[in-house]
Design a protein. Structure first.
Length: 150
């Protein structure tokens, strides 16, 4: 990781960073979060991990990276994906997943040992019976995963 180091964060610190830097999502409540800071101690990125958004994947053995956000610091994304998976494995989970936009390459995920799993249709969570204020992109997404029982 070079000049980067992992740091603990409060949920408020993670949410403040995501609110300030994330391109298209608001912060989320999470089970845990990890930050990454430069040698100068300045926070360069955060990852927020929680229960899977898709209820069919919420099997008590799987976690999801809900938000990953950096200020653009080189290698911060892959270091955060790797840290999120290590923590999930240490907590006894067997799998961790995340979604990225279809237009993204997934290079940081590959660097952290994750694998492309499938394309998803995207869309909105808004339903007539359960109205939601949709601010996130509704385009197709890619689901990536890492098996933690290896």
């Amino acid at each position: 990781m070079g000049d980067l180091r992992l740091v603990p964060l409060t949920q408020a610190q993670a949410c403040d960073f995501v609110a300030a830097y994330h391109r298209h999502h608001a912060p989320r409540r999470d089970k845990y979060r990890v930050g990454i800071a430069g040698r100068d101690g300045v926070l360069r990125g955060v990852v927020q991990v929680g229960r899977p958004s898709a209820r069919m994947l919420d099997d008590a053995h799987t976690l999801e990276v809900l938000r990953l956000c950096t200020d653009g610091t080189k290698n911060a994304c892959s270091a955060l994906y790797a840290a999120a998976a290590r923590v999930a494995k240490n907590l006894g989970y067997s799998r961790i997943i995340t979604y990225i936009l279809d237009s993204e390459t997934g290079v940081s995920l590959r660097a952290a040992g994750w694998a492309f799993e499938c394309d998803t249709a995207g869309g909105s969570w808004n339903r007539p019976s359960r109205g939601r204020n949709q601010t996130a992109p509704t385009c197709k997404k890619q689901r990536w995963a890492k098996n933690l029982k290896e």
